[in-house]
Every structure is written in C-alpha cells, then in structure tokens.
Write a protein of this length. Sequence first.
Lengths: 93, 465
Amino acid sequence: METYAEIGRIFLDELEWRIPGLKGSSDTELEHHAHSLKGAASNIGATELSRLAAELEEMARIGKSDRFAPLMESIETEASAVTEALKTDYLEA
Amino acid sequence: MPNLGRLLIVEDTPSLARTYQAHLKHDFSEIEIADSGAKAIAAVEAAAPDCILLDLKLPDANGLDLLDRWTNSAVNCPGVVITANGSMSVAVDAMRRGAVDFVVKPTTKDRLRTTAQNAIENYQVKEVVAKVQSVSRQDDFCGIIGQSLSMQGVFKSIEAAAPSKASVFVTGETGTGKELIARAVHDLSPRRKARFVAINCGAIPRDLIESEIFGHVKGAFTGATADRAGAAELAEGGTLFLDELGEMPIELQPKLLRFLQLGEYQRVGDSTVRKSNIRIVAATNRDALEAVRTGRLREDLYYRLHVIPVALPPLRERGADVLLLAERFLARYSGEEHKTFEGFSRDAEEWLVSHTWPGNVRELENLVRQVVVLKDGGSIARADLPTQLSTQPSAPAAPISAAPTIAASPLPAEPDYGVEPLWLTEKKAIERAIALSRGNIVAAAKLLEINPSTIYRKKASWGEG
C-alpha cells in the first residue's frame, strides 16, 4: 500500500508538469508526452485518462491538429478527476 | 529469494520506473533507473548490468537504437523491452535487434518478474551452451576417457604443456590415472620417440630409489653385481615419470634437484658426472604443500617441479564419465573374455553414478572386470554390483590409508553425523541426475522434476558453467 501511495504521488507530480507540457509543444513532443501519459495513467489504473492520452498520441502522430484542443480539454478534466480520486481515496486517507 | 544481480531500468516516466522498481526489488540486488537514452548509455558503459528493462520511447533516443548500439558493442546482458499496447510490430522488431523478450504495458508484477527471471535464465543457458560448444570435445584423449568439463580442462592443459620441456606436476587421488596423464604428456611431446620411464617412489624400497633413478656401478652396494643404468639414463631424450614424489627419501632430494637444475647426476658408487636431457613429470596423491610443510618434501624441489600443475578430478566429480568409462571397460574386458554383454541396466547405472568411488577409475575398472569374469553375459544389473555403497579401493598403488589427513583433503569434509549443508545435498542430487542422463541437462531436469534452467542457474551459483 505504501508503494502504491508513493507511485500515486509520483504520478501526481508527473501530471503537474506533463499536462502543461501538452500545450504549445511540437507534434513530436506532444506525441511523446501523450505516450508517456498513456503509460503512466494505465499503470495507475486510470483507464479513461490513458485512453484519451492514446487518442491524443495517435492524432499527434498523424498530425491531426484540429483534434488537439478538444482532447487536451478532456484530458485536463479527466486528470483533475483522477487527481481528486487519488488524493481522497489513497493519499490522504 | 532469487538474486538476479543488477538491473537497469530505462524509463523516462517516473511513476512507471518506480512501479517496475517496486515489482522487481526482491529479485535484483541493485536496481538503477535511467530516465534518458544518454543516461542509459552512460550507465551501461560504467558497468554492464545483468539485465536491462528498456522503454522504447525515450525523450532523447529511440530504444531500438540503444539495442543496436549494445548488440554491436557486445554488451553482455539480456535486454527486455517494454512496449505500449498495440505496438506488437515494434516488439518484434526489438527482438530481431537483440532484445530477448518484451512486456506489454500496463504489466503486472508477476508478469514482469517472470519475464525478467526467464530472460536472465535463458541468457545464461545460451552462454553455457556457447561455452560448451566452444570446447572441442574429445572423449578419448591419448587413451584417457572423459567427457566431463573438468577432464576436458585437463586435456587442454596437457595439450598446451606437452610441446615444452617444462615439468608437469600431476595431483589426484589414487586411481585417477596420473600415469596415463604423464604418458599423454610424453606422447604429445617432441620426445615421443625416446623412452618414457616410470618410477613409483612409494613402491621401491627407500635405499634402492637412488639406484633406480641414477643407476649404479658394480660393487656399489650388496647385490650390485654389475653396472646398471638408471631411469635418468634410460629416459635420455624422453620423459621420466616420478610417481608418489612425496615418498622420495629426503636425503635423495638434493641429488634430484641438482639433476633438474643442471641435468647432471652420478650413478651410485661412481664419481663420474653424467649428463642427461630428460623431462620430468611428477605426481602425488597427497597435498604436496602439506608434504613441504611437514618437511617430507623440499620446498625448492617442489617449486622446481611444480611448473605446470594438472589436477585430476576424482571420479565422483566427473559426472557422466562414470557411465562412459564403465561402458569402455565393459567393451574391453568382454572382448578379452570372449563374452557378449548388453550393457548396464538402469538400476545398475543408478548405482554406478551414486557410488563415491574412493578408488576412482581403477576401482571402476577392477569392478567391471570382476563382473565380466563372473557373469556369462546379458545385461549387468544392480544385483551384479557390490552390495555395500562404499568399498575400499581395490588396489591402492600407494599407502594412502596410512595418511589420515582429512584436513589436507581438497574436498569439503562431511561431518560425521551425516548432515551437510543443504546446497551440497542438492548439488549432489543434481550431479547424480546429470550423470545418469549422460550430461543431458533436459533429461536430468525431467528426472528431478524441475526446469532445466534451474539446473543451469544452480550450476552458475556453484561457480560452474
């Protein structure tokens, strides 16, 4: 449990710089950030966040930039929910 | 708890790196994390780990390029790649480029642990196989039978040493074949056309050894009715084998030393200094250094002779060689006796590999010969072999029983009460199974109902393979 909490904290730290990193980066950087976020989110069990990140990764790969903004918005919303849930259920319990 | 050594995790996502580390912390003694390609390259160059867990998408590098780099520079460790779900073609590409396995994200603890363990075990198996294949096996080396790695090592030493004039010092328990080794050294040397003369210092009365080695002149002592050449003269240009060197009278040792240093000697009772060019192979079945410590063997003589040491393993440590030798002896003696045998039954083979063979190959040879003489033919069963599990050496060439020096024994002494470290019991059981399977690890593993890789891992932990 302790390890899970630790990994959860590391994940939250990561979200804090990874999400802003999504904005204003090149397509290649965006693809990389999205790829990392996909892995990190699925690792912690945040499947929806992971799915959204995977979609963003794919859009960045094929250069479909009109899909970036709505996906990023969804990711931000989902990331907040995940953060909240993690904090409430595991980190501050 | 398995200790797989050092692991390098190459992963730029901190929470993933920490997760893998948590999953594998009990399997590895040390885990290092590199969050970029540059750091991974530096870490591997500093000290190659035992396993690399590699994420393929790194901020500054492509994991596949790292694999290429490590494969090309012959970095000696297995790499396991981690890929995202759906990128199976990348995983396959990675395997082609040298990765040994892959895991798909998100992974589970069990999956990751099993993959890492298998990767290292399979890698070790490959290494062992490569090593074994690189050793050109000879199961009959100048008449010496042996397939075991220890004997292959002995053969290689002899091959390397034979062409020179350097003294060879053979150690080994009684019955291990020290004289055969000496003969092989002679037969493979440029001296093979000259004579090979063997003197057993333990079998000749002390006061006659000098005359045996250096010869004597008529009247030198009672019974010296004529001039007689000694071994040093007979072996001119050839090889002199001094067996049981530790039994050589201490007062004779300075003369032997002088002979070794200058090639000069005198026959007993003669003042004429003679010269001889011979090579010496010396042997002892006891700890020669112990003989030096107790003053029975001169230190300067020991070092003069101990130029190329050859240690012959006892038969009980030669695995499947027991069966190989038993079959050779059976073929030889059944031919001599004009009898036909079908070989050894399974239970007889089991007994052969379980027996401790205190008299070594000589004991085995005598036993097979005895069975061939007493039996008319057919298959040799367990019932045809001795009932006791441990017999005394049937024909000790040297008075080994007079020297109860357990401390000097090179083997770990077994405590009297019959208990030994568990790893040793396990080692013996595994070695018996391997011997019974004639060196076939897969068959041995089946007998033991374990995985072959477990045997390789155990062997590695004993410092073998």
